[in-house]
Design a protein around this ligand. Sequence first.
Ligand code: SAM
Length: 214
Amino acid sequence: MRQRSIKNLAEKLELNSAFLIEDPRACKGCWAEVFGNNNPVYLEIGCGKGKFIMSRAAACPDRNFIAVEGQEAVALRALEKAADEQLNNVRIFIDFVNDLGDYFEKGELAGIFLNFSDPWPKARHAKRRLTYHKRLQNYKDIMAEDGIVEFKTDNDGLFEFTLEEIEQAGFEILEMTRDLHSPENEDIYESARFTTEYEDKFSAAGKNINYVKI
Ligand SMILES: C[S@@+](CC[C@H](N)C(=O)[O-])C[C@H]1O[C@@H](n2cnc3c(N)ncnc32)[C@H](O)[C@@H]1O
């Protein structure tokens, strides 16, 4: 996701920091204290401008949501949304995450959302894809026993890669469709109700959206 360079970015981040976690590594083992309750915590990696996480958080006040975005200028948009909507069950941090063990103790996460992750099309960059099997293993290792990972993408090649990685990692597919927004699927998959900025754009252009939950 690209964002034009923003004037006075540091100042704007400071002004919109109400929901920003500045030192997420220091929250490892303490996320319940951050939220002030023991509700299940979900993480979105690469939240972009935050539409998905805000709508999910608004619909599910009994769950907590952390959004992480690596690009400051993009994360600013998510922080602005969080400030506008005053959702107390949302927090955002800015980082390109790799090992989730840097931020979470085992069992602290109930689920992870990966939405329209960067495809890294060159074969030699496969390990950078967020659904590379070692990353999937890292997510599952950090989550509660019944923790789930949901992945959505317009990119058919990345989806096929992901299915192979899921098989290689030995995880069970709980839900899967290659057309999340076909009329007969809208009531089946909870994820179809919460769309992202990319999802809206690709769906409007008639592109099928792939979805898998493990
Ligand atoms: C293609 S965009 C999709 C944004 C949003 N999820 C959507 O569907 O509209 C992918 C985003 O993930 C972010 N990203 C990629 N790898 C990341 C990582 N390891 N940690 C945090 N953010 C990441 C990128 O900066 C980019 O904004």
